[in-house]
Design a protein around this ligand. Structure first.
Ligand SMILES: C[S@@+](CC[C@H](N)C(=O)[O-])C[C@H]1O[C@@H](n2cnc3c(N)ncnc32)[C@H](O)[C@@H]1O
Length: 405
């Protein structure tokens, strides 16, 4: 048994003591003891708690791997997430003009990935136990929207019909304008018999869409999403901002950053979260790597009324970024890349005179790397809005504005 003092939190939310020794579910300043294997104290006992320690709102927190920061006060988590962004920017020699943090409310997550297994007596449905592939069955959840939580019997039915006794099903459920949109992976291979069973089951369960691996087996209603009042129907399982609140905050930041720009490019546009609302005021050039997503965006634009011109284009922006010469007419660009950031596209933008950039990021480290390139090229980082739509996890998101100095 060794005693250690936690100095800081790592990017995954674990406490870190000198060594480094990583201790989950601990906070800076806490004295903890336990057995150390390699660099980890897997089950630390708290000897002296931090004043930021709180009773976890969820009784399943210790076991369930869904959340990692419920043992810390909301105030601590907010300050810590802001500090993650500040640290990433300072590491690149940049000031951090941070406006504050917007945190999504409890019970607002609109998509969940349930784990499920067929068992002798029925099915097991829940999330993974922390650090394990066992499933913890949940009878409540502080994160999920109540309609998602109520979907557990649906997951169980799907596991009973399509789960194998050995494998584990991954069932992604999204709330839509029309009931639930469900994607199952890891189940039995889809053959004619299973197809025949799943169609009526989707009907009985009242799903809008049921997709099994990459095949849609039932489509009763279009599983549309509403982006600021404009409807688009994303392909099964494709990217969606985690909460309605998070989407609203990010969209407001993007629209504010872009201002009255007349011609805007939206890089990594997805199904149109930003492109569609932007098109109310500006001509938009939307670029995205997944063909089905850009098709959804384009169809959403065609079905909407009163939007300005939209050019929707499939393009791999890592391998084949839009070159500077093709961006000279733009008044603003929006970037919302995956965690890897937008290195190649930013290198091209840095060579333009585009007046304004709105950058939405789910990874402060790659954001800071890209921001440094823009600042070196003469852009100013005007502000950063930190966004916490993955409440009680270590994820940190942000929206930022740059202009030309
Ligand atoms: C964080 S999501 C943002 C999507 C959209 N802006 C939204 O808010 O819904 C990142 C998007 O980048 C797309 N993407 C990932 N790699 C890409 C690449 N190499 N080229 C173009 N798009 C890519 C993903 O398909 C995804 O839609």
């Amino acid at each position: 048994m060794t005693e250690i003092v936690i100095e800081r939190l790592g990017l995954h939310g674990d406490g870190i003591a000198a060594g480094p020794i990583y201790a989950p579910l601990t906070l800076p300043g806490e004295r903890v003891e336990g057995d150390i294997t390699g660099e980890r104290m897997e089950t630390p006992r708290i000897v002296e708690p931090s004043s930021d320690r709180v009773k976890a709102p969820c009784p399943r927190f210790k076991r369930c791997g869904g959340c990692s920061l419920q043992h810390a006060s909301d105030d601590f988590v907010a300050k810590w997430k802001i500090s993650v962004v500040e640290t990433a920017l300072r590491a690149q020699g940049l000031d951090a003009p941070i406006r504050g943090i917007e945190t999504s409310p409890a019970a607002s997550r609109r998509r969940a990935v349930f784990s499920a297994r067929r068992t002798k007596s029925g099915a097991q449905v829940g999330f993974h136990v922390r650090g394990s592939d066992q499933i913890v069955e949940i009878d409540g959840c502080t994160l999920l929207h109540p309609e998602l939580l109520a979907a557990r019997p649906i997951v169980a039915e799907l596991a009973k019909v399509g789960g194998s006794r050995k494998g584990e099903l991954s069932v992604t459920i999204s709330l839509t304008q029309n009931k639930l949109d469900v994607l199952v992976t890891g189940g039995k291979p889809l053959d004619d018999k299973l197809r025949m069973e799943l169609g009526p089951l989707a009907e009985k369960l009242g799903l809008s869409r049921l997709a099994w691996d990459d095949e849609t087996v039932a489509l009763r209603h279009p599983p549309a999403q509403e982006f600021d009042g404009i409807l688009a129907t994303p392909p099964a399982g494709s990217f969606l901002q985690a909460t309605r609140h998070g989407e609203d905050v990010l969209r407001a930041a993007v629209l504010e950053a872009v201002g009255d720009a007349g011609y805007v490019a939206d890089f990594f546009a997805g199904c149109g979260t930003f492109s569609l609302p932007l098109a109310r005021k500006a001509e938009v050039w939307a670029l995205e790597g997944v063909r089905e997503m850009i098709q959804a965006l384009d169809l959403g634009w065609r079905n909407a009324k009163g939007l300005k011109k939209m050019k929707a284009q499939v393009q791999d922006l890592f391998r084949n970024p839009v070159i500077a010469a093709d961006m000279q007419k733009l008044d603003a660009v929006v970037l919302d890349p995956p965690r890897a950031g937008a290195q190649a596209q930013v290198a091209e933008i840095a060579q333009t005179k585009i007046p304004v950039i709105a950058y939405v990021s789910c990874n402060p480290v790659t954001f800071a790397r890209d921001a440094a390139v823009l600042v070196k090229a003469g852009y100013r980082l005007n502000w950063v809005q930190v966004v916490d739509q993955f409440r009680w996890s270590s994820h940190v998101e942000l929206a930022a504005r740059f202009d030309r100095a």
